[in-house]
Design a protein around this ligand. Sequence first.
Ligand code: SF4
Ligand code: SF4
Length: 369
Amino acid sequence: MSVISIRKTPDYSPEALSAAVNAHMEALNIEGDLSHDMRVAIKPNLVSPRRPDTATTTHPGLVEAVVNWLRDRGINDIVIVDSPGGLYTAQTLRNTYSTCGYRELGSIAELNYDVSWRTAETPEGFKNRSFNIITPLLDADYIINMPKLKTHSMMTLSGAVKNMFGAIPGIQKPEMHYRWPDIMDFANMLAELNLLLKPNLSIVDAVDGMEGNGPNSGSRIHAGVTFAARDPFTLDKVMADFIGLKDVELLDKYEELGLIKEAEIVGDDQADRVKFKYPDSKPLDFTGHVPKLLRGPAKWFLNTALTPLPKVDRSKCVGCGKCAESCPPQIIRIRDRKAHFTSKGCISCFCCQEMCPVHAISIKRRVNL
Ligand code: SF4
Ligand code: SF4
């Protein structure tokens, strides 16, 4: 049984956030975990430098409420740490903290600028033999994972488990996509990463989430809740149900690995459910209505015709090259200050769309139904 705490959190006022954090911490009895000499790492979602009102990154107000809660209990060695998309440099981090509204948090917690990483070996039985992990997360005594609740073009759901992908340094993330192009293998990798790092607690910002083409190009949607749990896998399942997502491969993988437990919901379990729109990339499958014998060929046709692929709008493209930098199979070239894609070799990971600062990349299928 996993305890999942849900709290109505109507807005980002300090009062609402502090009330929600107090309630989550009490419901999960977190105070008992902590001691004064601990180094606590807070891992928000800082995928790219976007303002808080775009609902792309974890709101700084929620992180501030968690830091204040820790400091009120005498825990002062707190570091805020993430490896955003793109290059992992001190300059990128400075820019990200500034745009995402985190710079002021530097007066109450350490903002990480250490861009080193180490290799952590995984236990036997894992498909990944090791992971390269950013140093402050490996050195922490206690990890508080703080995702933004979003739909995601590749994984459908960006919740607690996906947020820990930011533990992988910079452009080593696209390399992981290249190594595990199949969505279920990628989901397995995310599960193994979480089983290795074992975030102690997840507190999720769903006051305003992102629907549609997340993690960067979707739209803000007000859900008015925060979630918290010790178990990120069951938490993801509860959150997917809350926002009406079905057929999420990530959850199928956790199920297969036996990682989803029975959930005991505490707090505002009657909070209004809010349906999030799927990303445009969500695979479509109508073969359930096709006679059994024809299902194989029908699936082949649909996979070919309906495989989602990125498409660049060159009138918007500013030729920054961030898509090419993050494309795992390196099939994007910048010519005449515009991005040019070849569809051959594309693994539909949508890292390019994730990294494009001007939303010049959309998702299209060969056949539109
Ligand atoms: S073109 Fe975009 S979607 Fe295709 S492999 Fe490269 S980054 Fe992934
Ligand atoms: S990231 Fe966007 S703006 Fe930059 S080169 Fe690629 S498509 Fe153009």
